[in-house]
Design a protein around this ligand. Sequence first.
Ligand code: NAD
Length: 468
Amino acid sequence: MAITEFKATPLDTIPSIASTARSTFRTHKTKTLAWRKTQLRRLYWAIEDFKPRLLAALRADLHRSDYESLLTEIEWLKKDCLFMLEHIDEYAKDEKLKSPDVPVAFAAMKFRIRKEPLGTVLIIGPYNFPVQLLISPLIGAIAAGCTAVLKPSELTPSVAMVIKELVEARLEKGAFAVVNGGVAETSALMEIKWDKIFFTGSSAVGTIIAKKAAETLTPVTLELGGRNPAFVTKNADLQLAARRLLWGKTVNCGQVCLSQNYVLIEKGLVDKFVEALKQAYKEMFPEGAKKSPDLARIVNKRHFARIKKMLDETKGRIVIGGEVDESELYIEPTAVVVSSVDDAMMQEESFGPIFAIYPVNTLDEALNVANLVHRTPLALYAFGSKKENERILNEMTSGGATLNDAFFHGSVNTIPFGGVGDSGLGCYHGRWSFDCFSHKRTVAETPRWVEPLLRVRYMPFDVKHMKR
Ligand code: NAD
């Protein structure tokens, strides 16, 4: 299938793209539920119709298997559209406020919350799930009644071009647009006043976006990265933990914000755990990972070099994997036993198929190390007894957590997903996507007939009736 050549959006057209989206919002037509539902239905069918081109683009950009792309992007988004269509009436309707929120003294008045679209929003996406992570927030924005401009990652150029065509051909012109490009185009977009910016990407760029947004008090949702720990204790099923954690590093070749960066495991269990990892590796890649048609590749040379550098600089012992091949941008799923938090494997987010195994003496030590490495990661995994898992949840925070598995709290597209501290701000998915792009506007209504009761509030005050 022919891949469209990447073209950045001319910088001088960006302000008018944004102002068109704003003018469309000001017509108020996006506020009717009928209009929003039409856009969601169109989006559903656009994803279905563009499926072959999206799959081809994902293959070209990430060497991803169609199976994985269908599961993590295409079918995910179709389900997202259907779920939102099913629930939009309920999410959009006014919420009546009653006792106990409204004190009895005000029972004669009416209070409600109106769900209003924030307005014209900017959605900036990363490269790793370049369709899902751009379109899933868009579903929330459409449902809430916003207009939007999307900025896909330039690191997945084929996908970026297909998304531009999909959005501009199928969604209402003027209400939705795609700006393609990198830092220059994103910076131009950031010069515009938006009603919200939804950013998914690295914490470093998230900081740039948040600072710029703060200049105009623009609200942001930030979906960022982090160094995610996994805890494995003597009460874990080691085979299961090994298979599930290896899975976490093979999906999209480990280029997943949620996958573990390191595994904290009791010293006496390390050899058995490594054996279990080897076993799981053999089951997943009977011919070796390089020959597997299912394993994606690293997105580009820069990220390949970044991940390889971690392997070159580690002082640890590679216990599985370790093969790299730049000509294919191939990095083998790799585990490295390390002994210091200063090791290159522990110092930055790997965002690739490699992870550290960090032996500890006790759960106390594991918790100390994890809190030292990154106090607020995006995700945390605990493979222990019920009591140990609860202790881990209690003594270390994270955006979300999965017990006895890798990243499952982020795999269900209808439950809230987001970071905490420097791994993110705000959350989305399901009803939370709707809320993310809505303003909850409190409306009070005072009936005429309560006027006699309100006499007490008018001057001159009759202080002798006041209780002291
Ligand atoms: P990135 O931050 O490099 O890029 C994200 C977006 O920002 C891209 O569209 C890019 O064009 C733009 N951008 C890059 N540099 C910029 C700059 N200087 N000024 C303005 N805009 C700029 O992220 P990435 O490499 O595409 O994605 C990987 C990172 O994203 C990882 O840290 C990962 O953990 C994180 N991530 C988080 C989530 C989540 O849901 N929390 C999901 C996926 C990825």
